[in-house]
Write a protein that binds this ligand. Structure first.
Ligand SMILES: Nc1nc2c([nH]c(=O)n2[C@@H]2O[C@H](COP(=O)(O)OP(=O)(O)OP(=O)(O)O)[C@@H](O)[C@H]2O)c(=O)[nH]1
Length: 132
């Protein structure tokens, strides 16, 4: 089975809310809310990939030193295996903007369950709740 390595991040604002983004129409799992990030490409470290994706998707600049590992998930979807590394980040430069037309929401970790998320993400919610 194909394995995909994804780097993702929980951006946390001054009010302790986490940023989630809605997957646009036309993509697999459209409409679900996910953590910003994406596939790690050949030659990239997970941190490189995340820094690139955050610039492309949200227009913000993040330093590798501001990305702290939180947990990972190993999840078998029907058609691929996902290994997703979730980081936490509280510091960035620039203001968060949905540069790809995606809806964005800042949500308290205790409310994350109100938003439909990909199956792989659900085990990560308790880790975010425990941060506070
Ligand atoms: N960024 C992100 N991806 C996630 C999360 N949960 C989860 O299952 N994924 C899956 O991990 C993969 C991330 O890849 P991606 O965002 O770079 O790719 P994509 O499906 O948008 O397609 P693309 O190849 O057109 O970029 C997708 O299969 C996505 O569904 C999450 O919380 N954040």
């Amino acid at each position: 089975m194909r394995s995909v390595l994804v780097a993702a991040v929980a951006l946390i604002d001054a009010d302790g809310r986490v940023l989630i983004a809605q997957r646009p129409e036309g993509k697999p799992m459209a409409g679900l809310w996910e953590f910003p990030g994406g596939k790690v490409e050949a030659g990239e470290t997970p941190e490189d990939a995340l820094i690139r994706e955050l610039d492309e998707e949200l227009g913000i600049h993040v330093k590798a030193a501001c990305l702290a590992p939180l947990n990972f998930v190993s999840h078998r979807y029907d058609d691929f295996h996902l290994l997703m590394l979730l980081h936490v980040c509280r510091r960035w430069d620039g203001s968060v903007t949905g540069r790809e037309g995606q809806a964005l929401k800042w949500v308290k970790p205790l409310k994350l369950r109100e938003f439909p998320m990909p199956a792989a993400d659900l085990p990560l919610i308790p880790d975010l709740i425990e941060l506070f």
